[in-house]
Each structure stands twice: as C-alpha cells, then as structure tokens.
Write a protein of this length. Structure first.
Length: 76
C-alpha cells in the first residue's frame, strides 16, 4: 500500500510570507545595530560586534513578542 504524503516543507503563500517577515525583521535588527554602533567612537561596525548586537536585538524582539523563548511561535 502506497500513500502520498504532502511535503511539510513545501512553500505556500503563508510560508513565503512568514519567511519574508523574518527576513525583514533580521534586516531591521542589523540596520539598527549598525546605526547604533556607528555612533560609538572606536567601535568596529563591520564584524563580530555588529553580528552580536543584531543577535541581541533579535532576541529582545522575540522575547517582547512572545517568540522563541518557549512561549510560542515568533510573531513579527
């Protein structure tokens, strides 16, 4: 007996929209991190500091929106 199962990773409009929201959030975090670091004298804005700070901003957003801290899905 053969059954065809639907691909759980098949891209639908809903999945595409969610990916785009996540991408835009990440872009905003990097942009905000860059602009913030640029204002600090002596801070390298193109390296690990930028990635680290953007990551912190992303985590803060996810916590504020009830995201990936275990309380539910990320909401952009």
């Amino acid at each position: 007996m053969t059954s065809t199962r639907q691909d759980p990773f098949a891209e639908t409009e809903e999945v595409a929209a969610a990916i785009e929201r996540e991408r835009l959030l990440l872009v905003r975090c990097v942009e905000t991190a860059y602009e913030s670091l640029r204002l600090m004298p002596g801070v390298d804005t193109s390296g690990r500091t930028l990635v680290w700070f953007a990551g912190r901003l992303l985590l803060a957003h996810e916590r504020a929106s009830g995201g990936r801290d275990g309380s539910g899905a990320s909401q952009v």
